[in-house]
Design a protein. Sequence first.
Length: 144
Amino acid sequence: MTNRPAGWRRGAGCVLGDIVGEWLVRATGMTVAGKPLYADFLMDFTLVWLLGIGFQHFTIAPMRDIGVAQGLRAAVKADTFSIASFQTGLFAGTWVYQEALFAPGLAKTTDSYRLLMQLAMIVGFFTAWPVNGRLVRAGRKERM
């Protein structure tokens, strides 16, 4: 175990899920309702949730000295609303630049896309902030 705060694992799950999801959609040509952007949202959310819960489990279980099943349940309780609120802000920000500002959307291979994705992640940070505060106060998440 390193001296890094436990939150780095959850952030790692989100980053990995968003990156892998985006490129899986691009590589497969997947669409939802005829749009790759909506497939991105679906794939990203699924991977972010799975990886986030997995990483959170490996933080919670040792800290609380609980087993796998209890650790997974605790991770789901700690991260589901947090991930959903973050991804909602990220997806809203992404939708704005992909559908409203630069329709029909920027290519994922451009620097502009990646820059605007980072700005959308900042929106996600602010949409997740109050949810995470409530989860900490409720004892479902640990204070960092």
